[in-house]
Design a protein around this ligand. Structure first.
Ligand code: SF4
Length: 505
């Protein structure tokens, strides 16, 4: 699809004459970009500034070999804008940043640019954990929640004529900005004033996974403490709730599909009432995060009325023991109850997210998952596991734990498949794994310093295959077993738990 096709499908696109135009670039294709509430929120925020407009651009769809990169709203080359602002969700999108800068004809490395070039800014979910690999490419990185800082930065940059030396001088001592002078020391994440909540989508389009869905934030952050998660309370200061009335009042008239977004939406104290308000208005509903321990007969019934066909929950550890390691409060009995509720309300599939390769995991944990699968399959005819290898992230208690190993994760996957087969569950319990190889690359970047970003650039230029990344990490000296990597012992895990309690008390 070209930009005209995309624009034609949209409702809510913002057009504005303005002295200052910012290119707002998403380093993944359109479908992912327009499913990102954070990206849409920054689009809205920039447009709300006097004399400022934001024009979107994304990583072109696969197979689009057209040279150059233009914005959707104006068709102007991205490289001609005074500022290019990126929203980066996770590690593997860094290659998209390299690709879009290349297509925009902007030198990829910060050190190769001067005052003739746009100011390159990045923010987004990746900055909550480890933005260091973005540093070789960016002039400024906004760390954490960006609604207030992007306004401040655009205001300052405009006053400075988008001259990066002047911008650096003006923001040098302000919190929330990660600048080249900080080196590997990433500043603390920023949080916005609660008055700015909730984020709401601006544009609805049929060309995303969430086709024509109006997204609205129900809560920000999380009050739980899973040891692998960057959204945990000690990173983000806990969950901030959006009142039910504010959520419902913000839904535009005529909306047919509503997405309630947040790290732990079902922890909202009024979640059932909110979902009822949505579906009573004859609207479909979607929730970004269902917690198995929060599902009730009433809530699942409402979800079924609101168009749900698949009940998706996360358990994350393969066994009770592994779920305790990651401090996930989901237990086997919660999953069994989820299967019962899904069946009772006619939902076609129960999908459970799991991680393999969690520190301390053994074959016995996989065997326990096979045993649990028998119980789930006896209740619900269609169970699917979304299986992702565990990747340790910065700003979490499990930061620094090594990747389990591509071979080991694949072996565990084979063991699970064989176990399900032997139990006669083939066709009843489906296994949908994500690639262990790409998870390893994600791990190298999640744990890497800024040099890891240079390796992404090299690998991307060499073709972007797994072998290119492997070679590039070796050539740049990015080590998978650097000084930070270690397997925590049981005692260390207990100590981590105590530390967390003291942090959050
Ligand atoms: S994994 Fe989910 S429940 Fe656990 S801390 Fe993260 S957002 Fe909260």
């Amino acid at each position: 699809m070209n930009r005209h096709d995309y624009l034609e499908g949209e409702r809510g696109t913002l057009y504005k004459e303005a002295e200052t135009r910012i290119a707002l670039v998403y380093p993944s294709p359109y479908r992912a970009a327009m499913s990102s509430l954070g990206y849409q929120q920054i689009y809205r925020t920039l447009h709300a500034m006097p004399h400022v407009a934001a024009d979107r651009a994304m990583l072109p769809d696969e197979g689009d070999h057209e040279r150059g990169l233009v914005t959707l709203e104006t068709g102007q080359p991205v490289g001609g804008y005074p500022m290019i602002a990126y929203s980066v969700a996770y590690e593997l999108e860094i290659a998209g940043l390299v690709e879009t800068l290349t297509r925009a004809n902007v030198p990829v490395l910060r050190d190769d640019r001067d005052r003739r070039h746009p100011l390159i800014v990045a923010g987004g979910p990746l900055t909550f954990s480890n933005p260091a690999p973005l540093l070789p490419f960016c002039d400024v990185i906004i760390v954490g929640e960006g609604e207030e800082l992007i306004v401040e930065l655009v205001t300052i940059a405009r006053d400075c004529g988008f001259d990066r030396d002047k911008v650096w001088a003006a923001i040098a001592d302000r919190p929330g900005y990660y600048l080249p002078k900080h080196g590997e020391h990433v500043p603390h994440v920023a949080a916005v004033d609660d008055a700015l909540l909730p984020a709401r989508s601006v544009i609805a389009t049929p060309n995303t996974e969430l086709a024509d869905m109006f997204m609205t934030e129900a809560a920000r952050g999380c009050s739980r403490g899973c040891t692998y998660c960057v959204m945990r309370r000690s990173t983000n200061g806990g969950m901030r709730i959006v009142p039910r009335e504010a959520i419902i009042a913000g839904i535009p008239a005529g909306t047919r599909r509503v997405g309630l977004v947040g790290a732990a939406v079902t922890d909202h104290p009024d979640i059932a009432a909110i979902v009822r308000d949505v579906v009573d208005g004859k609207r479909e509903v979607g929730i970004s995060s269902l917690r198995a321990d929060k599902l009730t007969d009433e809530l699942v019934g409402l979800l079924a009325r609101g168009g749900y066909r698949t009940l998706t929950v996360a358990a994350d550890g393969a066994s009770e023991r592994m779920r305790r390691v990651v401090e996930r409060s989901t237990r086997a009995d919660h999953l069994i109850r989820s299967a019962e509720l899904a069946r009772a309300h006619g939902l076609k599939t129960l999908k459970v997210y799991m991680m393999l390769g969690v520190p301390g995991e053994t074959d016995a944990d996989v065997d326990e998952l096979v045993a649990l699968s028998k119980e789930l399959a006896a209740i619900h005819p269609r169970v699917a596991y979304g299986l992702a290898p565990f990747v340790a992230k910065r700003n979490t208690p499990l930061d620094g734990t090594p990747f389990a190993g591509i071979g080991l994760v694949e072996d565990r996957l084979t063991r699970l498949r064989k176990g399900l087969h032997a139990a006669g569950l083939r066709g009843k319990v489906e296994v949908r794994p994500t690639s262990a190889r790409w998870a390893w690359i994600e791990y190298m970047l999640a744990q890497g310093e800024s040099v890891a970003g240079l390796a992404v650039m090299d690998a991307h230029r060499a073709g972007g295959k797994f072998a290119d990344y492997k070679r590039a990490f070796e050539a740049r000296g990015v080590s998978p077993t650097g000084p930070r990597a270690r397997v925590p012992s049981s005692l260390e895990l207990i100590a981590l738990k105590k530390k967390r309690l003291s942090v959050t008390a």
